[in-house]
Design a protein around this ligand. Structure first.
Ligand code: CMP
Length: 139
């Protein structure tokens, strides 16, 4: 059974380019409620751990170094059918393939600097949310 929560990060490229406000606005306008929100920075160690599932992929090393370049915004979001609806809102991983009007189409530059992360399953949303947020940081 699917839950109604997902996890997102606004990545260092979108933060550096001044898109935090616009992206949060897109997310809330799409009907997502913010359950938890944090402005923070990953180290290469914490980024490596967060993306551990991709450790064997050829892009892993670059991904980890990119994700620890600057601050990010982490959030837990709630909406009916959250995983699928959020993935529709952000668009394809590669912004070149993302549909018009999606967050990645509007704010992303490349497959690595792709503006936002969105969980791909209920199980990963739980793991990723727990990575950043204690119980008393969720409302
Ligand atoms: P994200 O949804 O955060 O999950 C893993 C990330 O790896 C992905 O977004 C991309 O930013 C990044 N990445 C870099 N190169 C690739 C690639 N060739 N295929 C898939 N993901 C990639």
């Amino acid at each position: 059974m699917s839950t109604n929560r997902t996890f997102t990060m606004i990545k260092p490229d979108a933060v550096a380019n001044g898109h935090i406000g616009a992206i949060i606005n897109d997310i809330t306008q799409a009907g997502f409620k913010i359950i938890a929100l944090k402005y923070t920075k990953l180290t290469s160690e914490t980024a490596g751990k967060f993306y551990e599932v991709h450790a064997e992929r050829p892009f892993y090393k670059d991904l980890v170094s990119f994700m620890s370049l600057g601050p990010i915004v982490a959030a837990i979001l709630e909406r009916e059918n959250a995983i699928e609806e959020f993935r529709k809102l952000i668009g394809a991983t590669n912004p070149a393939e993302a549909a018009e009007g999606t967050i990645r189409k509007k704010y992303a530059k490349s497959i690595e600097a792709n503006a936002v992360h969105g969980s791909d399953s209920d199980e990963n949303a739980q793991i990723e949310g727990d990575f950043f947020f204690a119980e008393n940081e969720r409302f």
